[in-house]
Design a protein around this ligand. Sequence first.
Ligand code: ADP
Length: 246
Amino acid sequence: MSTLLEVSDVTVSFDGFRAINNLSFHIGPAEMRAIIGPNGAGKTTFMDIVTGKTKPDKGRVIWGARRLSLLGLSEARIAREGIGRKFQKPTVFEDQSVQENLLMALKNRRGPLSVLFYRPMAAHLARVAALAEEIGLADQLQRKAGELSHGQKQWLEIGMLLAQEPKLLLVDEPAAGMTPAEREHTTNILVEAAKTRAVVVVEHDMEFVRRLGCKVTVLHEGSVLAEGSLDHVTADKEVIDVYLGR
Ligand code: ADP
């Protein structure tokens, strides 16, 4: 299988403390991966490294078939390379409609020069309608984002990220604070999204991870402790010890 993102032997220290310790991680172009691990395991720092927010002390971060090194690239440049990140808290424009939020994301797709890639409004609206369908908000297009439920806002933000057509989507605890029905819908959106792009989900809710049905990477003290199916990693003695705090 080809590799989309290759993180090799990466180390990051904060004041001498190794938050990431010789971490290696690979993901393919249309793969879903869940990252789990106790608090402080390095999950957020890992995403910060991939998106260019944190620069590693050592190691390599290689992107795509061109084998581009992401080290030293700005966050904006990395985003333009096709790496999208969804933070836990949804950041939608509350006083704009669902349609306007999606349109804005679509127009931002090519950055500030998007006016040079003029497309008729009808084409944008058709794409927005398709995105709304994908995230299950087709019947909410005219509603103000501020009136949506917590779950719907999360889906809208995922839709806004999908509008940018990322090749890799990093998602931080998408199911936090959701009802069981909302969690199930979120699973469906992510599973669908992962058919055409890589999706990395950081998640604490094991039932949610089980539903994703994907390979799991367990982080602990900044390194990969175990990797494989959820059943495989949760049967691992070291993983059990870490989770039980032994
Ligand atoms: P997780 O997301 O798995 O909970 P983090 O990546 O947030 O873990 O943190 C990993 C470790 O690095 C923790 O011990 C945390 O306290 C430490 N850490 C993270 N960011 C910083 C920072 N900016 N300065 C100092 N320590 C940090």
